[in-house]
Write a protein that binds this ligand. Structure first.
Ligand SMILES: *[C@@H]1O[C@H](CO)[C@@H](O)[C@H](O)[C@H]1NC(C)=O
Ligand SMILES: *[C@@H]1O[C@H](CO)[C@@H](O)[C@H](O)[C@H]1NC(C)=O
Ligand SMILES: *[C@@H]1O[C@H](CO)[C@@H](O)[C@H](O)[C@H]1NC(C)=O
Ligand SMILES: *[C@@H]1O[C@H](CO)[C@@H](O)[C@H](O)[C@H]1NC(C)=O
Ligand SMILES: *[C@@H]1O[C@H](CO)[C@@H](O)[C@H](O)[C@H]1NC(C)=O
Ligand SMILES: *[C@@H]1O[C@H](CO)[C@@H](O)[C@H](O)[C@H]1NC(C)=O
Length: 620
């Protein structure tokens, strides 16, 4: 059989849709399906009625508490249908039943006449065929999915922990009667790794083990270094994330409860000290997102690709405007000397960034996104249009885009200086000296106003989700400009301002605990990241890396800062280069803001408007 490798790069907008899908406890979360159209049946045939019969058998048997059932319908071999469902080992009987029922109802829209079908949901999998496949391990077709976030802190150690966890999971899954196991492991004080493995219950231990080993090997190659990943086979699947995605209370495995290392209670009375401020909101805004990635590898023929749901977007009327933002590839290539290495400014999670100069002399920054398919062109354009409308002196301006052939490119205003971390984390004292106290105050103020604009001063609420020093660029006058709204999300003002996502994006050191642990994010997660950034700017140290203090564990700047604050020794935090230019009172006030923003409980963190007001108010 030919091996067909299919790369399905869901477009930018599709990711947004996926991410925007708030989890619901009743609806099953669809992942993927594969059903080659080379093997089809005739509508209204005996096969069809046997299939319907199979659906009802499976669906009614989903009330058993085994989470697995296999069934056969049909009298003659030629029109028999073999099928099974497998629910994730931790889901309740009700959730299992609901998922299987949903699968039997929805699969006919995806695969109306196909005979050999696998469809995966978060909570369950449904598989059927005109060929008996029970008790046989199948490692094709396969679907790989991964979190687009990258492990930035100690990736090697992360991979070692992942490897060890997966090995344990495989052993436990193989040995267990329900062929399901999970494992929780500690990575850092804040981050834990959650892994899961499962086989269909008709497999022998030997076959289950073989299937899992193969899946783990694939997981290594598809998803190594990523914040999460899954390999879905018809007979087994493995998954890991940095947040608990399975129900721990139902687990037989005695995993310890996730342990946060909470900073001590704030020495000042949380938000009561902070004046609140209501700010009027206008202007449209939005967001771009990382392409989510699903790769399906299909051995038994061509697969039907997921058709992206279309997102109705209010900006559709603006398409004519959008066309005027379009750059052609020739222009971009000329501007960047065909993406020459000399013009390369850097490389981020989304792709490479190049400096360019247009014919008229205007300098631009060109972000060449990782390749994506032609899907969702219209949605992509709508997003661009909205982002273009986000204009603030502390945000990098998006000028336009280019969509041609394989290329997806964003064109930004060019900012001459490097990112903030280049200055304050530089080992060269001269670079850090450029950031004297008043410059640092300007930078902090600018970042705060930029985020405030994203959070409150725009019609759609924008959460950045990956605020960090390397995402703050400095212009010639050392004014900060926030870049990479790539992971931000948009909310209508009437919508909930808090979401929950399957795929966590962001950067470890800056991620709020509720975001890192549970995938919960809100404007308050950005506030947390701002707090960490603020502490870094004031101390000239990084929250995780390059910071060690023998008595703190885990050695984070945030916890160390709380400790010194409580001991009344907050001035010890000051970057030595600030000694001459900074008043102790002002320094303490800024540290206090950083600590308030970095509180573990999102509810009592101040809003960005309070931060701006507090920062500008006189110290009392
Ligand atoms: C099967 O799918 C391919 C591509 O998805 C399509 O070109 C072909 O026409 C389909 N064949 C049938 C019989 O539907
Ligand atoms: C299949 O049966 C349904 C209802 O019995 C009928 O409406 C439909 O036209 C039939 N389709 C074919 C292709 O015979
Ligand atoms: C379960 O499946 C069997 C056939 O495999 C069927 O006879 C039975 O009615 C189904 N329902 C229940 C509740 O057992
Ligand atoms: C379920 O699968 C087993 C093999 O694992 C087979 O012996 C049994 O007949 C199947 N049950 C049904 C109802 O098809
Ligand atoms: C399943 O269906 C395909 C296509 O209809 C057919 O070629 C194949 O022989 C069938 N398999 C069995 C076991 O009936
Ligand atoms: C689990 O399986 C492994 C091999 O996969 C075996 O070495 C070990 O003894 C088994 N443990 C238990 C408790 O059955």
């Amino acid at each position: 059989m030919a091996q067909v490798v299919i790369h399905v790069l869901l477009s930018v907008t599709v990711t947004v849709i996926t991410l925007l899908g708030l989890p619901s406890t009743t609806e099953a979360d669809y992942l993927y399906h594969i059903c080659p159209n080379s093997t089809v049946f005739t509508p209204n045939s005996t096969f069809q009625s046997n299939l319907n019969h199979l659906f009802s058998d499976l669906s009614s048997n989903a009330t058993r508490n085994t989470g697995f059932y296999n069934a056969t319908t049909g009298r003659t071999p030629t029109d028999s249908v073999y099928g099974l469902f497998l629910c994730r080992g931790d889901v309740t009987v009700a959730a299992c039943k609901s998922c299987v029922t949903t699968a039997t109802l929805e699969v006919v829209t995806h695969c109306p006449i196909e005979k050999q079908v696998v469809i995966w949901y978060d909570d369950c999998m449904l598989r059927y065929s005109n060929q008996s496949f029970f008790s046989t391990a199948a490692e094709s077709p396969a679907v790989f999915m991964w979190n687009t976030g990258i492990v930035t802190t100690e990736p090697n150690r992360f991979n070692q922990i992942l490897e060890a966890s997966m090995t344990e999971v495989a052993t436990e899954t193989t040995n267990g009667s329900d062929k399901f196991a999970t494992k929780e492991a500690k990575f850092t004080g804040l981050i834990r790794l959650y892994s899961l493995g499962q086989c269909t219950q008709d497999l022998s231990s030997f076959d289950c083990n073989t299937c899992l080993r193969e899946a783990i090997a694939q997981l290594r190659s598809c998803c190594g270094g990523k914040l999460g990943g899954r390999v879905l086979y018809p007979s087994c699947n493995v998954r890991y994330e940095v947040y608990p995605f399975y129900h721990q209370n139902l687990m037989s495995a005695t995993a310890p409860a996730p342990a946060l290392a909470p900073p001590p209670a704030p020495p000042i009375k949380g938000k009561s000290q902070l004046p609140s401020l209501v700010i009027a909101c206008i202007v449209a805004s939005v967001v771009l997102s990382v392409p989510a990635v699903v790769v399906a590898r299909c051995f038994f023929g061509k697969s039907r690709l997921v058709r992206a749901k279309r997102q109705k977007n209010k900006a559709e009327n603006d398409m004519t405007t959008v066309e005027s933002l379009q750059f052609d590839l020739g222009t971009i290539e000329a501007a960047t000397k065909k993406f020459s290495d000399d013009n390369k400014l850097g490389e981020g999670g989304f792709g490479q960034v190049f400096k360019g100069t247009l014919d008229n002399g205007q300098e631009i920054a060109v972000k060449r996104l990782s390749k994506s398919s032609g899907q969702g062109v219209r949605e992509f354009k709508n997003e661009v249009l909205l982002v273009v409308k986000l204009q603030h002196r502390n945000l990098i301006r998006l000028l336009g885009f280019c969509l041609e052939g394989e290329e997806t490119i964003l064109v930004y205003e060019y900012v001459p200086n490097k990112s903030l971390d280049y200055f304050y984390l530089s080992v060269e004292a001269e670079k850090r000296e450029q950031l004297n106290w008043s410059t640092r105050c300007t930078i902090i103020g600018g970042i705060a106003r930029g985020i405030l604009y994203l959070h409150e001063d725009s019609r759609l609420r924008v959460i950045h989700r990956d605020l960090k020093a390397s995402n703050v660029l400095l212009d010639a006058n050392m004014n900060p400009k926030i870049s990479d709204f790539g992971m931000a999300r948009m909310f209508g003002v009437d919508d909930q301002t808090q979401g929950n996502t399957q795929r966590i994006v962001g950067t470890y050191g800056y991620m709020a605990p509720e975001y890192a642990m549970k995938g919960l994010y809100s404007v308050k997660s950005d506030v947390f990241s701002f707090g960490i950034l603020l502490l870094e700017i004031l101390t000239g140290r990084k929250n995780f890396l390059g910071f060690h203090h023998p008595t703190t564990s885990p050695p984070t700047l945030l916890i160390y800062a709380w400790q010194l604050w409580n001991e009344g020794k907050v001035l010890e935090l000051m970057d030595p280069l600030l000694k001459d230019s900074c008043s102790p009172d002002e320094f303490s006030r800024y540290i206090q803001i950083g600590l308030l923003c970095g509180q573990e409980d999102a509810k009592i963190r101040p809003t960005m408007s309070s931060v701006v007001l507090f920062k500008e108010s006189k110290y009392q």
